[in-house]
Design a protein around this ligand. Structure first.
Ligand code: GBH
Length: 478
C-alpha cells in the first residue's frame, strides 16, 4: 500500500522546476506601530488583556524583518533559492484598509525588499493577504461584510500598480479556510469569533474578493505586466480509516471536498461542491433556520469565479484519518458527517496537529490532478515544527523535507502531476500565530531573546541548499 512507502526515488526534478522559501508579514516584520502603519486584527488579538496566544506573545517585534530584510535576502541568496514568497501588510500600505490614505513609507519598505531580491537574482512571489486584516475593516464586520470585496479590489489595484512592474507572481489569499474557520468558527485566530454561520459568510465574501482581484489583473494589468495571479489553498490529505469500506471512502472524499473543495470548486467550476450544498441545506432546514448557512452565488459571481486562476497554490503539512459519523452539532465540523483523527504510529512534530505522513503529500497532489484536470500547481508551503530544544540540530526537519519532497518527485515523475514550484515554510523561525514562539518552523534559527534577532542556519538549511542545487536526489555513490 501507499502507506508502506519504503522505496526512495533517486531522480531529478524537471529542469524548469523552481525552489523557494515562504514567510508572512505579521509573522516576521514586527514594526507594528511605526512609520504610519495602521493596526490590523492580529495587533488587536495579541494585545487583548487575556491573551489568546499560548505564551502571551505577539508579532510586535517578531523577527524584526522590517529592519533586517537585507539579512533575510542574504539568507535566501546563501541557500540558492529561485524565488521568495512573502506577504504584504495591508494596513502598512493602507492604514485604515481603504484607499483614502496611502502610506508612502509602507510602499518604500516593499520597494526596498523587492529591489534587493531582484538585485540578488531572486524572484518575488507576493501574497496580498496572509491574515492581517486592517482593524478598521474588522470594525464593520471584516470578511463577513460584503463591502470588504471592493476594499480588497482597491488594495489589489494599489499593489499591482506600485509593484507589478517587478512582481510577476501574485497570490491573492493565503489559506482562506484558516481565515474563515479558525477566525470565525473556532475562534483560535483573529478576530476570535465562534459561530456556525460566519465561516460560510466569510468564505463567500473572500471568494468574491479573490475573483475581483483576479479579474482586475486580467482586465487592467495582465497585458502590460505579463504576470500570473493565483490563490493558495491549504489541505491535508484525508485517508479513509478502512479503505475497503465504501462508507469510509465516501467520508474521506467528503472531508477533502469540505476542506479543499469549499474554496477550489467555486474557482474551478463556479460553485460549491454538491455534497456541501446538499448536507448544509439539509442540516440548516432540520435546525429550523430560515435559510441555508451556505450562501448561493448568482450568475454574475459564478462566472467571475469560474476559471479565476493562472495557477493553484497548495499548502500541505499533514494527513488525517476519516470515519463517517452522523452528527447534529451545527456548523462546519458537524456539517460534514465525519470524524477525523491521526494515527498514534505517525511520527510527531512540536505541533499537535502535524504528524509526519509523507505519502499523504503524493495523494493530495493526485487528488487535485484528478479533480480539477491537472492544473498548474505550486506548492506554496510545506514544513515541520520543532522547539528551542532542537536548536540548529533539526534532523527531524531534514527527514521531513527529504521524504515529503521525494513524494512530490514521485507525483511528478510517476503520476504526471503538473507541479512547477516548491516553497519551504519557513525561511526563519517566526511568530507561529496562536502558538506564539513555542513552535519553530524555520530553516534558520532566530534568537528571540536577542534584540538583534540573530539568525543562524540550521542543519535543514544545508540539506535544502544541496537539494535545490542538485534539483533532486542523485543516486548514492557505490
Ligand atoms: C500555515 O497554515 C500558515 O500559512 C503559516 O502561516 C503557518 O506558520 C504554518 O501553517 C505553520 O503552522 O491549533 O489545532 O486549531 C497551515 C494550516 C491550519 C495548520 C491551522 C495549523 C491549527 C490547528 N494550519 N492549524 S489548531
Amino acid at each position: 500500500s501507499a502507506q508502506n512507502d519504503s522505496d526512495f526515488l533517486y531522480d531529478y526534478f524537471p529542469e524548469d522546476f523552481e525552489w523557494g522559501f515562504a514567510t508572512a508579514s505579521y509573522q516576521i516584520e514586527g514594526a507594528w506601530n511605526v512609520d504610519g502603519k495602521g493596526q490590523n486584527i492580529w495587533d488587536e488579538f495579541t494585545h487583548r488583556n487575556v491573551s489568546p496566544i499560548v505564551d502571551g506573545s505577539s508579532g510586535d517585534v517578531a523577527c524584526d524583518s522590517y529592519n533586517k530584510y537585507l539579512e533575510d535576502v542574504e539568507l535566501l541568496k546563501n541557500t540558492g533559492v529561485n524565488f521568495y514568497r512573502f506577504s504584504l501588510s495591508w494596513s502598512r500600505l493602507l492604514p485604515d484598509g481603504t484607499n483614502r490614505t496611502v502610506n508612502q513609507r509602507g510602499i518604500d519598505y516593499y520597494n526596498k525588499l523587492i529591489n534587493a531580491l531582484i538585485a540578488n537574482g531572486i524572484e518575488p512571489m507576493v501574497t496580498l493577504y496572509h491574515w492581517d486584516l486592517p482593524l478598521a475593516l474588522q470594525g464593520v464586520g471584516g470578511w463577513t461584510n460584503e463591502t470588504v470585496v471592493q476594499h480588497f479590489e482597491n488594495y489589489a489595484r494599489l499593489a499591482y500598480s506600485y509593484f507589478g512592474d517587478r512582481v510577476k507572481q501574485w497570490i491573492t489569499l493565503n489559506e482562506p479556510f484558516v481565515v474563515c474557520q479558525l477566525g470565525h468558527g473556532d475562534g483560535v485566530h483573529a478576530p476570535g469569533h465562534t459561530s456556525p454561520v460566519e465561516p460560510y459568510l466569510c468564505a463567500h465574501n473572500i471568494l468574491k474578493s479573490h475573483a475581483s482581484a483576479y479579474r482586475l489583473y486580467e482586465r487592467d494589468f495582465k497585458e502590460s505586466q505579463g504576470g500570473q495571479v493565483g490563490v493558495t489553498l491549504d489541505s491535508g490529505w484525508y485517508e479513509p480509516e478502512d479503505p475497503n469500506n465504501p462508507d469510509h471512502v465516501e467520508a474521506a472524499e467528503r472531508a477533502v471536498l469540505f476542506k479543499h473543495g469549499w474554496y477550489a470548486f467555486p474557482i474551478f467550476f463556479g460553485d460549491y461542491p454538491p455534497v456541501m450544498r446538499q448536507l448544509i441545506d439539509q442540516k440548516s432546514e432540520a435546525e429550523g433556520l430560515q435559510e441555508s448557512r451556505l450562501p448561493e452565488f448568482d450568475n454574475y459571481w459564478s462566472q467571475q469565479l469560474n476559471g479565476s486562476y493562472d495557477f493553484l497554490g497548495l499548502n500541505h503539512y499533514t494527513t488525517e484519518l476519516v470515519v463517517p459519523e452522523n452528527r447534529t452539532d451545527p456548523g462546519y465540523s458537524g456539517d460534514q458527517n465525519t470524524r477525523t483523527y491521526q494515527s498514534a504510529e505517525w511520527p510527531e512534530s512540536a505541533s499537535s496537529w502535524l504528524k509526519v505522513v509523507p505519502w499523504g503529500f503524493r495523494k493530495i497532489m493526485n487528488w487535485i490532478k484528478n479533480t480539477y484536470g491537472n492544473p498548474t500547481l505550486y506548492v506554496t508551503e510545506n514544513g515541520f515544527s520543532d522547539t528551542d530544544a532542537e536548536g540548529v540540530n533539526d534532523q527531524g526537519r531534514v527527514d521531513y523535507y527529504r521524504d515529503y519532497t521525494n513524494n512530490m518527485l514521485k507525483a511528478i515523475k510517476l503520476d504526471g502531476c503538473n507541479i512547477k514550484k516548491y516553497t519551504a515554510w519557513s525561511l526563519i523561525d517566526n511568530f507561529e500565530w496562536a502558538r506564539g514562539y513555542t513552535e519553530r518552523f524555520g530553516a534558520h534559527f532566530v534568537d528571540f531573546n536577542d534584540p538583534a534577532r540573530m539568525r543562524t542556519p540550521k542543519r535543514s538549511q544545508g540539506y535544502l541548499k544541496q537539494l535545490f542545487a542538485d534539483n533532486g536526489f542523485p543516486p548514492p555513490k557505490q
